[in-house]
Design a protein around this ligand. Structure first.
Ligand SMILES: *Cc1c(COP(=O)(O)O)cnc(C)c1O
Length: 398
């Protein structure tokens, strides 16, 4: 008899976005004349940068010619992408070796897959509210999860609690859903806590490209000794509009080592390489040529213009919320605005109100954890017209 992984019974049944989709679809059916503005799901809307498209087109041509055709590539990615990323990191003050970077089909996969190299006996520390993937992937392994709370008091940037002994720590900065971003001194505190507990930080930097202020780190490795305790997960999804194209990367420094029960020193980089070469066959060559182009000088420039479009949407949203006097977090270093629900409304109550009264779709904060109750996430990934119209509707009615 096949015994199932019964940890799956402990997953919450309804997935946030399917619940939202069901409500929106009912509303659309009942109100066919209303123009719904979607500011819910965190997906980009602008097309790929021209330099990325050109690189992928060239790669497609190569694949159709015998002399330049490629079959299986290295599981950890081609060196041309590693080299492009080493340069990209160097521009942000971080020195990496090409062998410390692993190319993947996205940060979501790696967030889940990285759990393979950790024992199920670990205590997992997760900030609340947070990207639901960290919680669910660990519930699937039956691990104990503890939470640190984000709240207006700490600007949704929870700091280490030395009364909790955690082994694996998830941090996401700039944060999804709150848009909050840690400063370097704050990350130094997390690194100090991790080193004290011999813990490992899984640092999700999916939104690093939204950071423009030099006070906010774009990588955890700007912190001294972070290479001894942190893995960085990153993605081209938000940086270069690759949500449908699929490409991410994970950095596992050579300095990151932990002792096994029998005294063997385990190098996490080697473990991850072994895991990837065993269970993964790499990202398509065509996509990796696109990724290389995204991190080229021209690519960073073109992608930067796209990010600037989203940042402008966020500024329009923040200006409106300022005007109507609604408190919010984020918006500056991220495409997310984390707004307080007005008049003491709950997350889902305000979600329903926005949908039914204003035909605007947000994401209820409660879907990201208990501390998200009373908040709603809006994204700046929409069109300019849609963003402006949504804000006009809010200004009139809130
Ligand atoms: C969008 C996002 C990612 C990226 O996931 P991909 O699988 O690379 O598309 C990772 N982490 C967070 C917090 C995100 O919001």
């Amino acid at each position: 008899m096949a015994i199932m992984n019964e940890n799956y019974c402990n997953l919450k049944e309804s997935y946030l976005f399917s619940q939202i989709a069901a409500k929106v679809s009912t509303y659309v059916k009942e109100n066919p004349d209303k123009k719904v503005i979607r500011m819910g799901i965190g997906d980009v809307t602008l097309p790929l940068a021209p330099v990325v498209v050109a690189a992928m087109e060239k790669a497609v041509q190569e694949m159709g010619v015998k002399e330049t055709f490629r079959g299986y590539g290295p599981e950890q990615g081609y060196d041309f992408v590693h080299t492009a990323l080493v340069k990209y990191y160097a521009n942000h003050g971080v020195t990496l070796e090409t062998s410390e970077i692993f190319i993947s089909d996205g940060a979501k996969s790696d967030c889940g897959n990285i759990t393979d190299i950790f024992s199920d006996d670990n205590i997992i520390l997760v900030p609340d509210p947070v990207y639901p993937v960290y919680v669910d992937t660990n519930i699937m392994r039956g691990r104990k999860i503890v939470y640190v709370k984000g709240s207006p008091e700490n600007n949704f940037l929870p700091m280490p609690d030395y009364t909790i002994k955690a082994d694996v720590i998830y941090l996401c900065s700039p944060n999804n859903p709150t848009g909050a971003a840690y400063t370097k001194p704050q990350l130094e505190e997390w690194v100090a806590y991790a080193l004290k507990n011999d813990a490992v930080i899984l640092y999700d930097a999916a939104y690093e490209a939204f950071v423009t202020n030099s006070d906010i780190p774009r990588s955890i490795y700007v912190v001294e000794d972070a290479k001894k305790c942190a893995i960085e997960l990153c993605s081209l999804s938000k940086t270069a509009g690759f949500t449908g194209t699929r490409c991410g990367y994970t950095v596992v420094p050579h300095q990151l080592k932990r002792k096994a029960g029998n005294g063997t020193m385990m190098e996490l980089n080697k473990m991850w390489l072994r895991r990837q070469t065993t269970k993964f066959n790499g990202v398509p060559y065509i996509i990796q040529r696109g990724a290389e182009a995204a991190f080229s000088e021209q690519g960073v420039k073109e992608c930067g213009e796209i990010l600037e479009f989203y940042r402008e949407n966020a500024r329009i949203m923040m200006a409106t919320l300022d005007k109507i006097g609604i408190k919010y977090f984020g918006g500056i270093y991220s495409p997310y605005i984390w707004m307080q629900c007005p008049n003491g409304m709950g997350s889902w109550e305000f979600f329903d109100y926005l949908l039914e009264k204003l035909a605007i779709v947000g994401t209820p904060g409660a879907g990201f954890g208990d501390m998200g109750e009373g908040y709603l996430r809006l994204t700046a990934f929409g069109s300019r017209e849609g963003t402006i119209e949504a804000m006009e509707r809010m200004e009139k009615s809130l």
